[in-house]
Structures are given as C-alpha cells and as structure tokens.
Design a protein around this ligand. Structure first.
Ligand SMILES: [Zn+2]
Length: 125
C-alpha cells in the first residue's frame, strides 16, 4: 500500500514514505496536520490526515508476481524426483499443486493489499 496526497496547487502526487495499516496509525504517527512540500511546484502546505489516499504499491505487486513465478519453479524443482518416480495420475496432482499453491499465495497477497487500501480510503479520522 502506497500513500500519497494530491498537491492543492498543481495536483501532483506527493508520496508519503510511511508504512501503516490504516489512517488511525498514520494519525498516531504524524498528527492531524501533515506538512509537505510539492516537488513539482514547491508549494509548502499543511495537509489534513484525511487528505491522504492509499493506492496499490508496485513493490507488493512485484513481490506477489515473483512468488507466483519463482514459487512454481522452486516447488517444481523440489518435487521433480517425486514426479518422475510417481505414477502419471499422482504426478498430475503434484503438478497442479505446484501451480496452485503459489497462485493462492499470489491471490492472498493481492486481496490483502486491496483490503488494506479500501480500509484506509474508507476510514476517516
Ligand atoms: Zn504542486
């Protein structure tokens, strides 16, 4: 989850480099008023903590995608001897699990990210 505020002058996205679970935590960390300087127009202003918006983090997305690809590869490597030794129907189950487990982790990370963004954007202080 990435946090930002739109500059009141030029609408540029000012990023906030804080890692919090919700707005209440951000309030506890920074107080009601957050002093920020826009990199585009250099306007310095005190913003309200409710002006902060949350959006999907590219880093989380990248992490989830890496789990999907490398997870499948690693599990595949770990069970390769087993697959070749097992009967065909058994091997199919293992291969399905190999794809399914990282996929489930991927979906869970994506869902958790979406939930925390929604929670942040729907909760006001
Ligand atoms: Zn600006």
């Amino acid at each position: 989850m990435k946090l930002f505020i739109f500059c009141s002058n030029c609408r540029n996205k000012i990023k906030l480099k804080y890692y919090v679970n919700d707005r209440a935590e951000l309030l506890k960390k920074l107080g009601v008023r957050i002093s920020l300087v826009c990199k585009e127009c250099s306007l310095s202003k005190n913003y309200h903590v409710n002006d902060v918006k949350a959006t999907e983090s590219k880093l989380t997305l990248l992490f989830a995608t890496m789990i999907l690809f490398f997870g499948t590869g690693i599990v595949g490597y770990l069970v390769k001897d087993f697959i070749f030794g097992a009967s065909v129907s058994y091997a199919i189950y293992v291969i399905l699990g190999m794809i399914l487990v990282p996929s489930i982790i991927y979906i869970m990370i994506k869902k958790q990210e979406r939930d925390s963004i929604r929670r942040f954007n729907e909760y006001w202080v």
